[in-house]
Design a protein around this ligand. Structure first.
Ligand SMILES: Cc1ncc(COP(=O)(O)O)c(C=O)c1O
Length: 494
């Protein structure tokens, strides 16, 4: 006979009667975490609801409700006359949760964490993606594979796709380019590696926005670059601080349309200052335009590349936000002077992305599905963003301030002074929420704690519920002074 798992093992100090999070949810999350992080193994018998309820000192109803949910989701299985057991292979409704378990066993990643859980950053509305249409285009593309297409193709990418990307960038982003400057790559992470391979010799300095995108830092450091953090203010990268390095900086990585992570858009004056800096110091600008299709407070801001007359901007983009991240397709618009070394490096790296996906994407763009999808998604994100802001206003007043929600798929926020963002994120994980701590985006000390809250991947109801849970967590951590502030009517949500 199997040993019954002990309640302490299952529920290490998790029941908080003061919390706004309902008891059944707390029990559910604790049990599920015990399964997902391996404290409760497949085949283990779980305590009876009566026993667990009495051990936790709560009524049996919330425990029953949690067990029902876990049975329904396939984490538990009932065996007649014998009790309830952890199922051998949980069938989760949230594929991301299973991914998250695997992630916990691996070193920390900046992107692969969190699956599809609420507040996950960098996630588009996967539930609204036209999968049937996409499946049709992929099928059509596979059927159109000729012998020629099945050999080694052009390392620059499929000609039709390069042309469609160049057209879209000219019209929608004001990028000055032709198809023969476009390299198709497996996402912007690959593009960053490519830039590093071509432009950054060992120990060369690369300037990065501080705070900035960890993925970019990782790509440059992987090539032996010395990454130098340059602060950003409301107008973007502080060129004065960049100038202080003299001519020792080979390239500057910037996110002018939507500074990652804080969210501001680089002012026109500042863009020109950065371009002049590059010209003066014979340096390159790496413009990461990662989520520029979605802007809520004004019309999309054109790309910095379109303002440059010196040919010093390497422009990077991705379909991860506009289509879906697992597609792994993105592009680089390469200045003419760098074309040959970029193509050589491209071929040395991984030759080119899979051809069927490129063909399907080319048709998706050419037939106007992409533009329609972006328009539809814009409406979806307007609603999701409003729901999140409303939820934060209602539930997190006095504990969290929205810093910027102008564009993209996440809102950047600051936490009340006494709250450390990594602690908050750890608590959130226990309640099945995921967020990126702002502090993780700093190479040096972080002046403020904050959370990056993604809204693209969850619907309005999920976001409101998640905001409520977040409010409960923050109140639980923040103590009475924050409740008092909240009562004073300061919502902090703009
Ligand atoms: C600033 C920034 N650049 C690039 C990416 C990733 O793009 P890709 O999936 O194309 O590698 C992200 C992902 O979140 C991002 O935040």
């Amino acid at each position: 006979m199997r040993v019954v798992a002990s309640p302490e093992l299952l529920m290490p100090a998790v029941i908080d009667r003061q919390s706004d999070v309902p008891l059944h949810r707390q029990v559910y999350v604790a049990l599920r975490s015990a399964i997902l992080d391996g404290r409760l193994l497949p085949g283990a018998r779980v305590p009876s609801t009566r026993w667990l309820a009495s051990d936790l000192g709560i009524s049996r109803f919330p425990v029953l409700s949690a067990y029902e949910q876990l049975l329904h989701e396939g984490y538990f299985e009932g065996r007649v006359g014998s009790g309830t057991y952890v199922r051998a292979a949980p069938t989760t409704h949230n594929a991301g949760t299973a991914d998250a378990t695997a992630q916990e066993l691996r070193p920390r990643r900046w992107l692969g964490e969190g699956g599809t859980r609420p507040f996950r950053t960098s996630l588009p509305a996967l539930d609204r993606f036209p999968t049937s249409l996409w499946a049709r285009l992929v099928g059509q593309s596979a059927r159109k594979l000729t012998a020629e297409r099945m050999t080694y193709g052009d390392p620059c990418g499929l000609a039709a796709l390069r042309a469609a990307i160049a057209e879209r960038l000219r019209v929608a982003r004001g990028v000055r380019c032709t198809a023969d400057q476009v390299l198709v790559v497996p996402g912007s992470q690959a593009a960053l590696r490519l830039c590093a391979a071509v432009l950054v010799e060992r120990s060369a300095r690369v300037a990065m926005e501080e705070p900035g995108y960890i993925g970019a830092r990782a790509a440059f450091e992987a090539h032996g670059a010395q990454v130098v953090p340059v602060p950003v203010d409301d107008d973007g990268l502080e060129v004065g601080a960049l100038e202080a390095f003299g001519s020792g900086v080979r390239a500057a990585y910037v996110t002018p349309s939507h500074q990652y992570p804080l969210g501001s858009s680089m002012s026109a004056t500042r863009r020109l200052d950065v371009i002049r800096w590059a010209a003066r110091h014979d340096a390159w600008i790496l413009e990461d335009d990662y989520d520029s299709d979605f802007r809520y407070v004004s019309r999309p801001v054109g790309a910095m590349q379109g303002m440059d007359r010196t040919g010093r901007v390497v422009y990077l983009g991705t379909f991860s936000k506009s289509i879906f991240p697992a597609l792994r397709l993105g592009f680089v618009v390469v200045p003419h002077a760098l074309w040959e070394p970029f193509v050589a490096a491209r071929e040395a790296l991984d030759i080119f992305p899979p051809v069927v996906a490129q063909m399907a994407l080319a048709t998706f763009l050419e037939e106007g599905h992409f533009a329609r999808h972006i328009r539809r998604m814009h409406g979806v994100y307007v609603r999701r963003r409003s729901a999140l802001l409303e939820g934060l206003r209602r539930e997190c007043a006095g504990l969290l301030t929205v810093h910027n929600a102008d564009a993209g798929l996440h809102v950047s926020t600051f936490l009340a002074d006494s709250l450390e963002d990594r602690d908050v994120v750890a608590r959130m994980a226990r309640m099945d929420l995921v967020a990126s701590p702002l502090s993780s985006c700093y190479a040096g000390p972080h002046p403020r704690s904050g959370l990056l809250l993604g809204f693209g991947g969850s619907d309005e109801t999920e976001l409101l519920t998640a905001a409520r849970t977040l409010g409960a967590i923050l109140r639980g951590m923040g103590g009475s002074n924050h409740r008092a502030q909240a009562r004073g009517g300061q919502t902090g949500v703009s």
